[in-house]
Design a protein around this ligand. Sequence first.
Ligand code: PLP
Length: 471
Amino acid sequence: MAGLDPDDWSELRALGHRMIDDIFARAEHMGEGPVWRPMPQNERAKFAGDLPGEGQGASELYERFRQSILPYSNGNPHPGFMGWVQGAGTPIGILAELLAASLNDNCGGRDHAAIEVERQVIRWTAEMVGFPADASGCLVTGSSLANFISVITASRARVPGLRQEGVGQRKMVGYAAVTAHGCLPRAFDLAGFGSDALRLVEVDENYRIKLDHLRALVAQDKQNDFVPFIVIGTAGTVDCGAVDELDKLADFAQQEKLWFHVDGAFGALACLSPTRRPLLNGIERADSLAVDFHKWGQVPYDAGCVVVRDAQLHAQAFAQSLHYLTREDRGLAGNAPWFCDFGPDLSRGFRALKVWMTLSHYGSERMGEMVENCCSMAQYLAERVGQDDELMLLAPVALNIVCFGHSALDDFQTGELVKDLQESGIAAPSTTRINGRLAIRAAIVNHRTTRETIDRMLDAISALAEKRRVD
Ligand SMILES: *Cc1c(COP(=O)(O)O)cnc(C)c1O
């Protein structure tokens, strides 16, 4: 009983087949049940037990999964899920995860096929946005880490001594719109520059970075002996989906000799849609890019990606030389550079397989149509909001995010209505603040969302608002 394999393989295999059958039965009928339901206290309590001394059978564990985990899941595969920015996953992605787990590859480096798959995924990502084919990159947990890696790379490119010497008295500063995602100030914080070192630039009426204000901030910092090193544009802001004028930001960065980074967490996928691509013009001029395949790419969590134009600068920010990780000319320790040279992770899973299988299975054209369709659903929602006397659009709809309000409800009631809606199981939008006002925020990132889903949500909102008014 030294190893961990089963005595009876046939029993486990039969259970595995049943799991696959159940998975696809659910996938085929996705959208029939509630989007989400709160987990009852008695179910939560089942996860309070101590570390078991003795093991349990796999069938028993599957039963516990079915009873206590499955019904209280996050809900993002459901067409009615429109909260935050979350992808829905795909059937091929489910299978890819299974296959990747069966190989158990460690993709920190070495000479095996998974590395070639990830290299191809990085090249495809570069191709998607118009980066050179020799750009470097790696798959990471998500854009939070991809943005962090980019900030680190940019700062090391500006001040090569940072890695060994630390920040010391240097006052490193960068720039992004006030609407930039919270992971960017966090990246500055983690890098040791302090979150205040990310200067927040005002935005115009379309929620895009104001270039005049950016120019003024950089000039001021230079005068005061700060070290400006990066300007960050966002392709698809998290609150309303705005896209900064990336071409103009690229020009500015070039003039000022600043690193130009684009946070394209979800928006970069719009490069696959010929009608949306022009909105992102200039993304191909960035020095680095953060993008998530687990959002608009519909790859199962997690699958973030960073791509850096200059592979050498990327490796200079992370590569180390260690005896126990020596690269060889042949054998399993060959095939440099390794992915551990491009980020802080050494052990890394085979995330690339699910991305590679998803892109290979659907192809860039069908993925582009899916992106396009999500944008059309957002337009449809915006139109219906426009036609409704009580609803009002709170921000322009550039891509796939619609922020709207109800004229009869204040901020508190709006927040309550969204919670009511989530608990109803009909739809799950989230909230944000637009010009200080609480907005119902529907991000159509889900490839399963249809006009019917949106109609159902609006009907529910109208009924719930009526009820709130009477209450
Ligand atoms: C989601 C998001 C992030 C963070 O990405 P994670 O994958 O959640 O780490 C960063 N920027 C934008 C614009 C996002 O939408």
